[in-house]
Every structure is written in C-alpha cells, then in structure tokens.
Design a protein around this ligand. Structure first.
Ligand SMILES: *Cc1c(COP(=O)(O)O)cnc(C)c1O
Length: 245
C-alpha cells in the first residue's frame, strides 16, 4: 500500500486501504451479530477519527461511513467545521467533557456518549436548548465506569439512576443508552465481564425500551462486545491505522 502525504507531518494509510478496512470490519460485525442471533444491522459502526488526518475521514466518508467519533472538544469543533461540506456526516462525542466545553460539544455533535454527572447533563441540556434548532434533540448516553477504576471518567453504577432522570428532564436531550470503556487489557475476553455488567445495568434501569443503545467495544474487543449486546461499536485504529502521536 502506498503512503499518501498527510496533514502536517503525518503519513496516512491510503483511501483504498481505509475502504478495505471498513468492508472487512462491517463484514466481521455482521458475522458476529448473526452468530449471536442478532440482525446484522442491529450494530452501528462508529469510526473513531481522533488525531487522524482529515483526508482519512474523507476517505472513510467516500467509502460510505457516516458516523464519526471524536474525543476532544476542540478537535471535534475544528473538524466539524472543516468537514461541513460532507452533508450526511454525523459526529459523536466519545471523550470526557469539561463543563466549560459543553457549549462547543453540543454545537458540533449530534450524539454525546459521555454524560457522567447530573451537573454535566444540566449544562449540556441548557446549551443544547440555546442552539438555533433546539427542537433537534441530542442523543444522550451515560458513560458508566463499570470497573470503578480510580482516575477514569464515567459515573459509578450507583449514580446512574439520578443521571438518567436528569436527562429525561431535559427537552433538548433524548435518553438513548449507556456507554463504557472497560479496563485496558491485552486479552479481549477480559472485557466480556464488563460488557455484561453494562447489559445488566441496562436491564436494571428500564431495559431496551428506555436505553436502546449500548456503546461498547473498540478495535481489539468489538466482537466480544457484540456477542454481549453492543449496538454501537467504536472503532479507530482498525479503520484508520495507528493514530499519529
Ligand atoms: C480511542 C477510543 C476508541 C477507539 O479505539 P481503537 O482501539 O483505536 O479502536 C473507542 N472509544 C473511545 C472512548 C476511545 O477513546
């Protein structure tokens, strides 16, 4: 595969390689869903484009990808402006949100996966209400720190109840589901327990009718996540190659 010049000093993988990666991942997603007795289209692929060059995002879009995830508010806002010529592109915020960035996040992202406190929900809700088109609700997911790892974002399972209620009180937000990032591990099977915990929390808090989406699984463990019940898998390096540092 030829390397193309990237933005700045990065080298990006070719557009055809990105298209091939996407085909391959979509096939693996569909196959895993089928094996788990689920409809192949019950799992959405979210392409995580953080720190990847813009032309890689354009290449994925040209290959039919529409949902993209970013971790940093500033990068999200910059990219949503730089790529505003791609009409169907839909941004998902999947990184920790500082309250003072909520305004920027709601402007750019239709989906927010990382609400993790009542305070943040209120701020995001308020900022979304102030947008030009406040009738367009933001899809709101709550990030749960299932393993209760110390310095990790996400609420603890015991806080979930009040955060879900707070989202339902915000007319600008549509409560859509739960999200988690399991502890780092070299073994994809190690994530299984944490994915199942998220499913358990979904069941405890109203089930699929209240929380239809489960955002879980990344490049290394998305098949385990789908088998456990993921409806959105967040995949970066397996689509775009290693992230430029
Ligand atoms: C970076 C990131 C991903 C994608 O990670 P890959 O291992 O590159 O697939 C998914 N979810 C979150 C929250 C991330 O920060």
């Amino acid at each position: 595969m030829l390397l193309e010049p990237g933005t700045g000093n990065t080298a990006v993988i070719s557009a055809s390689q990105i298209a091939e990666n996407l085909r391959n991942i979509r096939e693996r997603i569909a196959e895993t869903a089928r094996r788990s007795g689920r409809a192949p289209d019950s799992v959405q692929l979210l392409a995580v484009s953080k720190r990847q060059p813009l032309e890689s995002i354009r290449a994925a879009y040209a290959a039919g990808q529409r949902a993209f995830g970013e971790n940093y508010a500033q990068e999200l806002v910059a990219r949503s402006e730089q790529l505003s010529d791609l009409p169907e592109l839909e941004w998902h915020m999947i990184g920790h949100i500082q309250t003072n960035k909520a305004r920027h996040v709601v402007r750019s992202a239709r989906w927010i996966h990382t609400l993790d406190s009542v305070k943040l929900v209120r701020e995001v809700g308020k900022r979304a209400r102030a947008l030009e088109a406040p009738q367009v609700q933001r899809f709101a997911l709550v990030e749960v720190n299932v393993a209760q790892e110390p310095q990790k974002s996400g609420c603890s399972p015991s806080e979930l109840w009040e955060i879900l209620e707070a989202i339902e009180q915000e007319p600008s937000l549509r409560l859509s589901g739960l999200m988690t990032v399991p502890p780092r591990s070299d073994n994809p099977e190690a994530s299984q327990h944490f994915f199942e915990e998220l499913v358990h929390l979904q069941q405890q808090h109203g089930g699929r009718s209240r929380l239809p989406e489960l955002s879980m699984g990344m490049s290394s463990d998305f098949e385990v996540a789908i088998a456990a019940g993921a409806t959105i898998v967040r995949i970066g390096s397996a689509v775009f190659g290693p992230r430029p540092s």
